[in-house]
Every structure is written in structure tokens, then in C-alpha cells.
Design a protein around this ligand. Sequence first.
Ligand code: S3P
Length: 437
Amino acid sequence: MKIAKVQKVESSFDLECKDIAADKSISHRCAMFSLLSDKTSYIKNFLLAEDTLSSLNIAKLLGADVKMDGSSVEITPPAKLKEPFDILDCGNAGTGIRLYCGLLSGIDGSFVLTGDKYLRVRPMGRVANPLREIGAKIDGRENGDKAPLHIRGGKLKSFEFESKIDSAQVKSAMILAALNADGKSYYRENLLSRDHTERMLKGMGVDIKNVEKDGKEWIEINPITKPLEPLDIRVPADPSSGFFFAVAAAIVKDAKVVIKDVTLNPTRVESYLALKRMGANVEFVQKEDKYEPIGDIKVSYSGKLKAITVDSNIAWLIDELPALAIAMAVADGVSVVKNAKELRVKESDRISSVINGLKSCGVECKEYEDGYEIRGGNINSATIDSCGDHRIAMSFAIAGLLNGMQINDVECIDTSFPNFFDILKEITKVENEDRAS
Ligand code: S3P
């Protein structure tokens, strides 16, 4: 087992983060969507982390020719996707397995999608069930809800589907299935979840647009009749990864950070707005707009943070709630997170992992079925179990800047942000150790 001991920060810092991990959501989609073209896609700054490399490896197993030069990747798709000789291992990635499930449901062949022990206990019915409704043949453990999933790809029917959960993974799986359906399909969600799929597919030539039907807004997806244009993209930095350092700047006296070249997509920056509501200085500087608005985010300390309630637009900051909980744990007053039951089915049950971790650090908090309550105070030094969850490990590493922290089982950080400790070491001392578990 790998452990990390983070030491209390000795002085304030002014950090320019030029090498925050590339966006995970966009990198997954680059690996998959390039398979929908008949030409080579050119991707720069592809995220070289376990999750996204698993998606890229699956693209290879499906017949793509992949050339890599550091983080620059060229993906040449096969003329027709190939039935793989082996299982398709998505590692720890929910996005990988759920999106591939939608994509492969409409492709002729037999495919087995699986992942690590954490992924194999996460619910897959949220994508498998609506896909089954349109004719997909998907089976799996626990009555078809858990991986390994077996897909027998084939013809799919067009659909009108109103999703009960605001999930970009469900939406993307259905959109990918719709590309191979027998007519126009319609998808609707209550809150716009991250929309990288719509933006990227539109950029590749898919006829996908928002339309009004029966007084409600729907996404209309037309099936593809010819191969798509290839991708030519530089993946921006991941705002969810950058957010750990945003929290660091908001809680360490007189600290400042600039997160460079990050996506400023409105569905991805809600956590920064929450930090702003807590009193931190937060500024967005947009520099370009290709597929997504991209720019820098500047965050600096502005005194003691104030407690806030977070109970709306949850899909827009779901991944950042563990790091935001660290800011809440030092804010003045009681912060509340509600309507966030989705946290229970992430890489770990993040309601329990956040609350157990904070309690070990002496923070007063209460757990709800759909969230928690945190009374701000001090975060004491403790030993934290990451629960195999990268965002829990990194959140408590940042908390350690205040009084020190030991985090056990930090291998999981490699799923999304392999150079996290290199950046943290620019601020404070970190000892990384390997221990027999
Ligand atoms: C993701 C969507 C979100 C997010 C996940 C990445 C994506 O999950 O939590 O980390 O890339 O589509 P849900 O769609 O399940 O909310």
C-alpha cells in the first residue's frame, strides 16, 4: 500500500499551475469518439492517467491504430469496429464503462465490459435499462446491474427518454446509442449535466440540437449515415483536478493560485462559484473557445471562509464536493450539502468517506442520506483511509496543509491525476512511502 504524509504548510504560496491533469471527461470522449470517424484524430494533452488510458486501450482492442508521443495521441479508427478477442477492462472508470456500453450496444459483435473491484460494485442499470428498452442486449451480474457486462450489439430503436437522474454518463450513453438507431431520438434531463458529448459530437458533424417539444426542452439526435469528421483538439486542464489547489489557496493564509488553460464550461465550474460564495477571491479569464470555453481561474485567500448551503445544481459540482467539504470544515458556521445522494455511488460512498475522514480530524459533522452538515472549526492531523477513491485521497492531502495528514492507499490518485503530489510538493513537504499492506 502507498501512503502519503503531508506536512503543514510553512508559508503562504503563489502558485501558477500549468500542469494540472488534462480533463478526464474530455479525454475519455476523445478515445471513444475518434472511433466514429474514418480519418485520423489528433489529440494533444490527452490525460495520461489510468482511467483514460483504459479507454484508449479499449479503442485499440476494437481495432484502432493508436500512436502516442507523450500526451499527443493520433487515433486511426478501423474501417469497421472489430469484435475484440478479450474482455474490455475499464479499470476504475464509470465514464469509460457507461459510455462504451452505449456505443457498443449498437455495434455488431460480442463485448464484455468490466473494471476493478470498485467499478464492479457500481450500478450499471441506469444505462443498461434505458438501452435495453431500445433493443440493446445487455446482461451482467446481479440481474444485469453490475459489471462484468456482456453486450451483444445490434440494431437499436429510436427513442424519447426523459431521464430521472441528471447524469452526463447516462445522457452520453444514450446519445451514442442514438447515433446507431433507426430514426431521430430525443433525450431530456432536468438540469443540464456536463455537455462535452454534445459539443464534441456536434463539432464532428453530428446533427444534434436542442429543440422544444410539448413546452419542454429536449436534445434531438439524428443517427449518423456516414463517418464523422475526425477530432483535432487540445484537451484543456481538468477543473475538477484544479479545484484541489483552489481549495488550498482558499484555506491557507495569503495564498494564491492560477489554474491555467482549464475548461470554463459552465457545467464544470460551479464548485469555484461555491468557493466564491464562501468568500474566497475567484476570477475567471476566458482566452479561447474551441468545442469549449477555455481560460485561467485565479483563486486567492481572502480571510476566514463563511459556511454555505449547497442544495441545487448538484450535477455541476458533484465531483468537487469532497474537496469543498475541506473548505467547509474550516469555514465560519455550519455548511450543509443536500440533494446529493449520487455521492453514494461514486468511486466510493463519498458521503461516508467524507464524514468518516472529517470525524477522524476532529471536525463536527452529521451524515444525511443525501448529504451532510459540517460545523467549521479546525482540521486536526489524522490518518485517513482513501477508500480507494482518488478524490478522497486528494481532498485530505489538501486538508493536511493546515496541520499535517497521513493518507493511506493513495495509489488511486493515478486514476485521474498522476502528478498531483509533484504539484503539492511545490507548496509543502510530502513523504511518499510504500508499505506492506
Ligand atoms: C462524468 C459525469 C459525472 C461525473 C464523472 C464524469 C462524465 O458522472 O461525476 O466523474 O465524464 O460524463 P454522472 O454522469 O454519473 O453524474
